[in-house]
Design a protein around this ligand. Structure first.
Ligand code: SME
Length: 148
């Protein structure tokens, strides 16, 4: 049955908006080895819910690393080979490719980002990228006051 455009997507849990987005994205591909959401607070990205290995990068200044560059440039980052990026912040030595998709509110303001690491080089094609962008749009339209 067609749903009206205002209805919540199936993955969305109102009790855990960010966590449910992370769980859904992590299930999209076995190549997604680490999935997390960073929340933008002023000039700092703060790690929210994530699935995967623990990371020391829980706070990333805007402009630093692939994550901080996404915010300072206002563009999603699809990095087929993280070893080619001088500003890459290694989360795990196994990581070979990374996708960062910005989460914006419906007016375009950056709220945070979905960050995905893969052990596979060039893990993120156009279809993966557009699936994650869709989740980011849906989450951005339902951004909660409490970041859980
Ligand atoms: N690789 C990211 C840091 C975050 S970890 O991947 C979880 C970066 O370069 O910004």
């Amino acid at each position: 049955m067609l749903q009206p455009p205002t209805s919540d997507p199936n993955w969305f849990d109102p009790l855990s908006p960010l966590g449910s987005a992370v769980r859904y994205v992590a299930g999209l591909s076995p190549r997604f080895n680490w999935v997390g959401i960073y929340v933008l607070d002023g000039e700092t990205l703060e790690l929210g819910p994530y699935i995967g290995a623990e990371t020391e990068h829980t706070r990333i200044p805007v402009g630093v690393g692939v994550c901080g560059t996404a915010v300072s440039e206002g563009t999603d980052q699809n990095v087929p080979d993280v070893r080619s990026r001088e500003n890459y912040l290694a989360c795990s030595l196994e990581t070979r490719s990374e996708l960062v998709v910005l989460i914006r509110d419906p007016r375009g303001k950056i709220l945070g980002q979905i960050d995905i690491d893969s052990h596979t080089p060039s893990a993120f094609g156009a279809s993966e990228e557009s699936q994650v962008q869709q989740v980011a749009r849906e989450l951005g339209a339902r951004w909660p006051d409490q970041k859980k």
